[in-house]
Design a protein around this ligand. Structure first.
Ligand SMILES: [Zn+2]
Ligand SMILES: [Zn+2]
Length: 252
């Protein structure tokens, strides 16, 4: 199976990413990708992007090197804000693609399954949220798999099968069995997934081999892997809610 979109990439704006938007787009073009989402970390991650960074993504062209660029974020669940996320709804509604995931030093380090699940369910219920990143990160952030998957199906939220979680260099590599279990539960519950690189360096953009091998091994239905192509991504996102900026060709 060949996947032509990468819905999870980082730039220098994330604080621990090492490439620019231009480099990420060039690398995506070199890999033959049709679409990427630029999803830098939200403000709660140490060194993460400021709110202004997301507001100003309008200056980035919607197509670079022939690759469609979705202006997105990887925000964080947050107990201190009105919407339970570290970016306000007003901001999320503007973005082309909204990913949210649990990260270290963002208020969820106690390993409290009930607290994590409640926070994640609230995020999934937010109509602006499109994808939950690395949901199977059991070692750091245990969650109730069945509850999270059922909510994702109900609200049309993508569950990510994160390639980097299967990389020995990743801190999440100890949770590989759980990532697999999440994908298996998602398969059986009728959920949609995306196989993403989570690249923090441009040469890793479009690198799906570890996660894709798992999806293939699980015989995950191809039509429920959202990032097959630019068209399949845009169709999925368009069905979830109005995307005036996407409909306008990415012009903000
Ligand atoms: Zn992440
Ligand atoms: Zn990430």
């Amino acid at each position: 199976m060949r996947l032509l979109a990468d819905l999870h990439t980082h730039t220098v704006a994330s604080g621990h990413g090492y490439s620019t938007v231009t480099e990420v787009a060039s690398a995506a073009a070199a890999r033959g990708l049709e679409l990427i989402a630029v999803t830098d970390h939200g403000p709660n991650v140490p060194g993460g992007a400021h709110l202004w960074y997301f507001w100003n993504m309008k200056v980035i062209p919607s197509v670079l090197n022939g690759v469609r660029i979705l202006k997105g974020c990887e925000a964080n669940p947050c107990l201190e804000t009105e919407n339970g996320i570290d970016l306000p709804d007003e901001m999320l509604s503007m973005l082309d693609f909204v990913a949210v995931g649990l990260h270290p030093q963002c208020g969820f380090d106690e390993g409290d399954r009930v607290k994590n699940t409640e926070a994640l369910l609230r995020v999934i219920e937010n109509p602006f949220v499109d994808m939950i990143t690395h949901p199977g990160n059991e070692a750091e952030f245990p969650v109730d798999i069945d509850a999270a998957v059922a909510a994702a199906v109900r609200h049309g939220v993508i569950l990510e099968l994160n390639n980097y979680s299967f990389d020995p260099r990743s801190g999440r590599n100890v949770s590989v069995a759980r990532e697999r279990e999440f994908a298996e539960t998602a398969r059986d519950a009728g959920a949609s997934i995306a196989v993403s690189s989570d690249a923090h360096y441009h040469l890793l953009v479009g690198e799906f081999s570890n996660a894709l091998a798992v999806a293939e091994e699980l015989a995950f239905p191809e039509e429920r892997i959202v990032n097959r192509s630019a068209a399949s991504v845009l169709e999925f996102l368009g069905q979830k809610r109005d995307r005036p900026r996407i409909d306008a060709g990415g012009v903000w």
